[in-house]
Every structure is written in C-alpha cells, then in structure tokens.
Design a binder for this molecule. Structure first.
Ligand code: ACO
Length: 382
C-alpha cells in the first residue's frame, strides 16, 4: 500500500526507484527470490498450463475463463484480426527501412480512426477495444514485415490461436505444433509485469482520461527503448556478432565491462536474482538447441550469463533468452520488440481498465535546479 503524503510534502527518488505509485491486482513481483505472479497464479504454472488467450482473459477479468468463456474470447479475437484497408495503406506508405516499432506505433495510433468506439470511455467499450487491439497488433506486425520485403500482406486465417495466425501471416505457411506452442509460451511470459516503464507510460496517459489508443501508442513508444523491450534486439545483435567473429564471449563481456558499457539483457530494476521468465526461456533455448543439434547460441549465452554473474552479480532478464528463442523460430531480429508488444498489449489494456476503475491523475514533481531572478535582455542585445 502506498504511503500517502500531503501535497506539500516531497519525496525524491531518481527514476522513481522504490516509489509505490498505485495498487494493482494484476501482478506481483518478488525481486529478491525471483517470483512473478499474474492475478494469483505463478508464471511457471501459467507457462505450463495456460494459453495466451487464457492469460488475456485472466488479466482483463481477474480470473481464469471456463471453457465457453475461452472459446468466446478466442472466436472474438479471430474475427477481429483483419485490418481496415486504410491501415494496410498506412503500412504500405511506411518506408521499408523504418524501425518496426515505429511502424507499429503509427499503425496502432491510426487504428483509432477506424474504431467507432475509440472515444467511448465505458468499461464495456474499453474491453472490446482491448480485444481488438490484441487481435490487430499481430496483423500489423506481420503485414509490415511482408510489405517492407516487397511481398503482399497475408490476410489472417481467422483460425487457431494468436500464435498460430501470427506465424501464418508472417511466413505464409501454417506453423507446426511445436513452433506454435513455443511462441504461445513466449506470449504468456511477456503479457504482464507490474508498473514497468511502458505500463507506467500507459497509465500516466490514461489517468488524464485520454483514450485507450493514445495510452497504448505511448506504451509502444516506451517499450521501444533499449533499456526496456528494445533490449531483446540488442541481445541478438550481440550474439550474432560474437558468432560471426568467433570471439570468446567471456572476453567480450570483460572488455565491455571494463569500458563501463552495458551488456543488454542483464540487470533489472526489480529483480536482484534470476528473472523467473528468463529461467523458463533458458530451458526453452536449451530444448530447441538439442532438437536442432546446434548449441552455439545456448553455449555463448551461458558463458555470458556466468561471466555477468561472477563479475557484476547481475542476472539475465526476460530479454536475454527470448532473443534466442525467436531466432530459432526463424524470426527477423528487429521484430522481437514488436512481438513483445503483441503480448504486453494484454497487460497494458488490463492496467488501463484498472486505472479507470478508480482514477487519479498521475503527476509527480521535479526539483528545479536552474537559476532564478534573471533579467530579460532585449533580443537585439542578446
Ligand atoms: N550491464 C552492465 N552493467 C549494468 C547493467 C548491464 N546490463 N545493468 C546495470 N548495470 C550496472 C550499472 O552500470 C550500475 O553500476 P554502477 O553502480 O557501478 O554504476 C548498476 O548496475 C545499477 O544500474 P542502474 O542503471 O542504476 O540500474 P537501473 O535499475 O536503473 O537499471 C536496467 C535497470 C535499465 C534494466 C539496467 O539493468 C540495464 O540497462 N540493463 C540493460 C538493458 C536491458 O536489458 N533492459 C531490459 C530490462 S527488462 C525489460 O524492460 C523488459
């Protein structure tokens, strides 16, 4: 529970570290022991026993769905995946070398113009918008990837899970069961994570009583940064460079640390031990490596991990091993952060619904450190 202060009392915390800004029923993180819980359920159990769609329902409704609720949500998601022709036009007009997160940000913002309920603030309309956004973001990512490569966008199959239809729209062929299941687990693992930077950005926007599309567009912008979701792209670039150069991973890490540079995919504001999602993803990378008979990425990753733990006491976060999983699924490196967004959209929208249930403007203060009392010199004398 947050400590209440009166409006004249000031609490200063750089980067808001340690500040509890609000209450949430959506997720719990114990950064000391490496525990993550979505609405009461441990992430390890969810990854093993539930689908992404079940998790989406859990986050939006605070409980797991029964069979008919799940099949209703799945069919609503399937029926909402098709993009309006104008959105495809926006994607076609986007430069092919645009950052895919920037393309996603623009197209997601444009979705609002074709949603008759965009400005309807009722909870029912917002729930419907959450479903539409969750259905359409995968279509945007897959369509952008195809049009930038000079290929035609593929309409959704309107069948199967989010993971299935996304991989189908991206590759033009139905994924095998193993690839669909692996991808589905990744979506479960990325769905929700407390008041992280992008969720906080979304809640700040929503707390002004702006609309869901504005808040989600802002969240995508925040997730793009390499200190947040963008780290998974940087991780893959590093692993690919190491692989190509044949450089020793341990020496590479030591070199970077000596130069006071960061190793992406390590460290976390909340976890001071192994992120439980990273542990699940590490096992997935190991399994995929065994299946493919190529352990290169796994072995390099483990050497980096051991060096970071020994030298800095830092552990991998979710972005470190997810990068290798996506690489082994044959996905282009610059799509990793958009894929993060296609899962986190469920957490963002759940937080927006929660924010609007009991809204209060989010408005911290800044300490002024500039001069005072300056005299204005007329412009012609400056
Ligand atoms: N590599 C090397 N050193 C690091 C790293 C890293 N990845 N992360 C933190 N440190 C060091 C800092 O240099 C600092 O050391 P110092 O005290 O000697 O100066 C110390 O650890 C504390 O770092 P801060 O930046 O103050 O920690 P903060 O809580 O602000 O940062 C963050 C958390 C941004 C995630 C940081 O660990 C980082 O930059 N990691 C790399 C980027 C990354 O992987 N981001 C994804 C996070 S998970 C997610 O958002 C989905």
């Amino acid at each position: 529970m947050a400590t209440q202060t009166n409006s004249t009392e000031k609490v200063k915390s750089r980067g808001l570290e340690g500040v509890v800004a609000l209450d949430t029923e959506l997720s719990f993180i114990d950064g000391q022991v490496g525990e993550l819980v979505y609405a009461g359920y441990d992430i390890r159990d969810l990854a093993k026993h539930t689908s992404f769609e079940e998790v989406a329902f859990l986050l939006w409704h605070g409980r797991l769905p029964n069979k008919s609720e799940l099949s209703d949500l799945e069919s609503r998601l399937r029926s909402e995946r098709t993009l309006a022709p104008m959105i495809l036009d926006v994607l076609a007009a986007t430069p092919e070398d645009a950052n895919p997160m920037a393309a996603l940000r623009t197209a997601t913002s444009a979705l609002a113009h074709f949603d008759g309920e965009a400005e309807d603030p009722s909870r029912e309309a917002n729930l419907r918008k959450a479903i539409r956004l969750t259905a359409r973001i995968p279509s945007i990512i897959a369509s952008f990837d195809r049009v930038r490569k000079g290929k035609a966008a593929i309409s959704p199959k309107g069948e199967g899970s989010t993971a299935f239809d996304f991989l189908y729209m991206l590759n033009g062929e139905e994924p095998g069961e193993a690839a669909e299941n692996t991808f589905d687990v990744c979506l479960v693992l990325h769905a929700e994570h407390g008041l992280n930077a992008s969720t906080f950005a979304a809640r700040v926007i929503s707390a002004t009583l702006s609309d869901m599309y504005s808040a989600v567009t802002g969240a995508i912008g925040a997730l793009k940064g390499p200190l947040h979701g963008g780290a998974n792209i940087e991780v893959m670039k590093t692993l690919l460079q190491l692989d190509a150069s044949g450089r020793n991973p341990r020496e590479f890490v030591l070199d970077k640390l000596q130069r006071k540079e960061r190793i992406m995919g390590f460290g976390h504001r909340v976890y001071k031990t192994m992120d439980p999602r990273a542990a699940i993803l590490r096992d997935m990378v190991e399994d995929l490596s065994e299946e493919s008979g190529n352990r290169k990425l796994y072995d390099m990753s483990m050497e980096i991990m051991e060096t970071m733990e020994k030298e800095k006491g830092l552990y991998p976060n979710v972005d470190f091993f997810s990068a290798s999983v996506y690489n082994m699924l044959g996905i282009d490196t610059d799509l990793y952060t958009p894929i993060f967004a296609m899962s986190r959209i469920t957490g963002w929208t759940a937080h927006l619904l929660e924010q609007w249930k009991d809204n209060r403007l989010i408005r911290p203060r800044a300490e002024y450190t500039g001069p005072k009392g300056l005299q204005i010199v007329p412009i012609e004398r400056r």
